[in-house]
Design a protein around this ligand. Structure first.
Ligand SMILES: NC(=O)c1ccc[n+]([C@@H]2O[C@H](COP(=O)([O-])OP(=O)(O)OC[C@H]3O[C@@H](n4cnc5c(N)ncnc54)[C@H](OP(=O)(O)O)[C@@H]3O)[C@@H](O)[C@H]2O)c1
Length: 378
């Protein structure tokens, strides 16, 4: 094992945070897991996290000192923290702007403050999609290139990362990990939370959205959650080498053509038609489909026209393996899991209701945000 570290993980109950917490604890580090609404830590495969070496600390990143009392905050800052892994964020799309500001931006400011007060190195989890609507090769050192951002989530993550860079310039030690679109496990396809791309998969394969604005050559970058957690863990453990740099945690880019081709392999699926955005007219959609378009598809549509490729040279230089490169094969694995779990298609009688299966209802577009999340990418 590398040196035993004392690590605070924010967003420890989240899809990514729980897997990072599990890896750090399993490696023998002492982990303080900041929890917010969800008080139980559940791994991506649905099993409870082994809490050996893990202490849970309720906290709210939107509040100064995370809402802790002066004494509790001082104790935390003075506890000899080596690292803070900042995963807490709002990753849904379609929320009011102030939610993104308070959680993603103010939450990062408060975390930066703790990093300063404690002397811990900060591993900030951003998003590869801070690149906004830029096309072409996106390199890890690039941040604000005057890009157009697709939504309030992306804009907030850019502001948050900018804060981290400013603090770094003032002497704080930090590294940034930027995942692309986080999806199921590399080997099993299993995912705990069906969000972002899964919502679109459901709407389209069930025939609720048959025409979408998009370019067949547009690319979506899907990255397995286990790989993302591996990258964050490695950056945390090898912080002395990683400090001052940004690491793309990205996977296999798939074109919308690849998506359509794979979807066409499943006889029960509807295969959506992507219409060039310049000729797409939502008013011509049937009423029900127009509703789905307005409530859900619009949250993601910018991801259906982007043609970027994420360079991950820094990640490779840290000796981290690549994520799976065969996009279509990986997509089949993800879809097969969705079918097996009942998320796509009828739920087999033997499958009990999992938290993930519960989310199925959210794609029914009953609410304004309707479970849009990070990334058509976050
Ligand atoms: N998922 C993706 O596709 C994706 C892609 C790229 C980047 N990322 C980034 O990766 C990080 C982790 O994402 P994720 O998918 O794991 O997100 P997630 O599953 O939505 O989890 C977010 C976590 O943040 C916590 N949180 C929210 N508000 C909080 C508050 N006010 N105070 C303290 N904690 C709060 C949540 O706790 P409660 O639920 O208990 O409130 C939860 O543990 C985020 O920074 C995200 O931007 C995600």
């Amino acid at each position: 094992m590398t040196q035993r570290l004392k690590v605070l993980v924010t967003g420890a109950s989240g899809l990514v945070g729980s897997e990072v917490t599990a890896r750090l604890a399993a490696a023998g580090h002492e982990v303080t897991a900041m929890v917010h609404r969800a008080r139980e830590l559940v791994r991506n495969d649905g099993t409870p996290l082994d809490l050996t070496g893990v202490t849970c600390l309720p906290g709210d990143v939107t509040r100064p000192r995370f809402g802790l009392s002066e004494d509790a905050y001082r104790a935390l800052a003075g506890s000899g923290l080596d690292r803070i892994v900042h995963c807490a964020a709002i990753t849904d799309f379609g929320r009011p702007e102030e939610d993104y500001q308070s959680v993603n931006v103010d939450g990062t400011a408060h975390t930066v403050e703790l990093a300063r007060d404690s002397g811990a190195g900060l591993v900030h989890v951003g998003t590869a999609y801070v690149c906004g609507e830029r096309d072409g090769v996106i390199r890890e050192p690039e941040l604000d290139q005057g890009q157009r951002l697709a939504n309030a989530y992306e804009a907030s993550k850019l502001r948050a990362e900018t804060l981290v860079h400013k603090a770094q310039a003032d002497g704080m030690r930090a590294a940034v990990v930027r995942p692309s679109i986080v999806v199921g496990d590399e080997h099993t396809g299993v995912v705990r939370d069906y969000k972002n791309i899964y919502v679109i998969l459901k709407l389209t394969t069930e025939g609720k959205s048959r025409s979408l604005p998009g370019l067949y050559e547009a690319r979506l970058d899907l990255v397995p959650v286990d790989y993302v957690a591996d990258v964050i863990t490695r950056v945390t453990e090898r912080f002395d080498e990683a400090e001052g740099r940004t690491f793309h945690a990205v996977g296999a880019p798939l074109t919308l053509r690849d998506f359509s081709d794979v979807m066409a392999e499943y006889p029960s699926f509807h295969v959506p038609r992507f219409v060039p955005p310049t000729s797409f007219d939502a008013e011509r959609l049937p009423t029900r489909e127009r509703r789905y378009y307005g409530r859900i598809v619009t949250l993601y549509e910018s991801y259906f026209r982007r043609r970027m490729t994420f360079d991950d040279s820094h990640t490779a230089a840290l000796g981290i393996r690549s994520a799976p490169q065969n996009g279509p094969e990986f997509l089949r694995k993800l879809i097969d899991h969705c079918l097996h779990s009942g998320y796509l298609g009828a739920l087999p009688a033997a499958v009990t209701k999992t938290p993930a299966a519960t989310n199925t209802a959210e794609a029914d577009a009953t609410g304004p945000a309707a479970n849009g999340t990070d990334g058509g990418g976050r």
